[in-house]
Design a protein around this ligand. Structure first.
Ligand code: GLU
Length: 315
């Protein structure tokens, strides 16, 4: 049985991009009579907006996107709230540490940027390994982060259901990446790898902005002993953008949330039908319930690949 998830960060109301990825993962699971898990990614405490988790849940339900496992449910893989899963992240860190695969790093961002070669546009700065071979019990300049010692030759390839084969040399293009930040917060890469494996997710459907994170997450899953058949398949859907191609998060005086459309009287079926057609989930543009989308679902290989501009009526 397939198991998909949506994993919103409760940092504000459900925006079009969140609804778009939630619809795609929900429709894929429903089409194949699988299960959907809702996981709240509230690990980055300083960014959390109080009350937004409940509002996101309300908005998802209003769109007709429900879940089989999620917060406040006693599912097999509970808890479904990352802030309640610290023991699992700590256990993963300990397992890696016992094999000498973790080291503390007290470099600042500025120091790393200065030492690393300048990245190409859109690329991340590669960590140059400054602290890799320093003694672990030295005096630190600031509370250290913990980094993964990425083994030489860590090339990960996977087949994305929209983008096809993707390959990344993690040791060369990313370097030793952070698993726990200096402020004690577990890094996104770690928590997602631990949770997707622990929750037996078979299909990760999410935004294309995370395509470059996937190799790191697969590498971590492997290093934590996840068998190859338990590594999920990936489907990275394109981003939702404004009329001139700008990121929606940058538009402050225009609607970018489901709630704003709802307040204007737009129905869930209009939103779902428009998103489903935009994503290429279905062939024709008309109002539909989420269940109707799942019934008419086209395979991920024919879903949209490029960024999608919101329609004029939503501006
Ligand atoms: N929590 C992330 C977000 O809201 C999604 C992470 C993921 O799907 O892996 O953007």
């Amino acid at each position: 049985m397939i198991r998909t998830r949506f994993a919103p960060s409760p940092t504000g109301d459900l925006h079009f991009g969140g609804a778009w990825t939630a619809l795609a993962s929900w429709a894929l699971a429903c089409h194949e009579r699988g299960h959907v898990t809702l996981r709240l990614e509230d690990i980055d405490a300083p960014r959390i907006v109080a009350g937004s988790a409940a509002r996101i849940e309300t908005d998802l339900a209003w769109l007709g996107l429900d879940w089989d496992e999620g917060p406040n449910m006693d599912g097999l893989h509970a808890p479904y709230i990352q802030s309640m899963r610290a023991t699992k992240y700590e256990a993963a860190l300990e397992a890696l540490n016992a094999r000498g695969l973790i080291y503390p790093c007290d470099c600042s961002r500025a120091e790393i940027a200065r030492e690393a070669s300048a990245p190409h546009a859109g690329e991340e700065v590669m960590y140059p390994g400054t602290c890799r071979n320093l003694p672990k019990n030295r005096a630190f300049k600031r509370p250290p982060a913990l980094r993964l010692r990425v083994p030489e030759g860590s090339t990960v390839s996977f087949v994305d259901r929209i983008h096809g084969r993707v390959e990344q040399h993690v040791d060369v293009s990313v370097g030793d990446f952070v698993l726990r930040r200096g402020d004690g917060i577990y890094a996104y890469q770690l928590v997602v790898a631990v949770d997707d494996a622990a929750m037996e997710i078979t299909d990760v459907v999410r935004g294309a902005d995370l395509l470059g994170s996937t190799a790191r997450q697969i590498l971590l899953m492997r290093m934590l002993g996840t068998p190859p058949e338990a590594i999920p398949r990936y489907t990275h859907v394109p981003l939702v953008v404004g009329p001139t191609g700008e990121r929606l998060a940058k538009r402050h005086d225009h609607p970018n949330t489901v709630r704003e459309l709802r307040a204007r009287g737009v129905t869930p079926e209009e939103i779902v039908g428009t998103l489903a057609f935009g994503l290429g989930l279905v062939e024709n543009l008309r109002s539909r319930s989420a269940t109707e989308v799942a019934r008419a679902l086209r395979p991920p290989s024919s879903w949209r690949r490029n960024p999608w501009r919101i329609p004029h009526e939503w501006e």
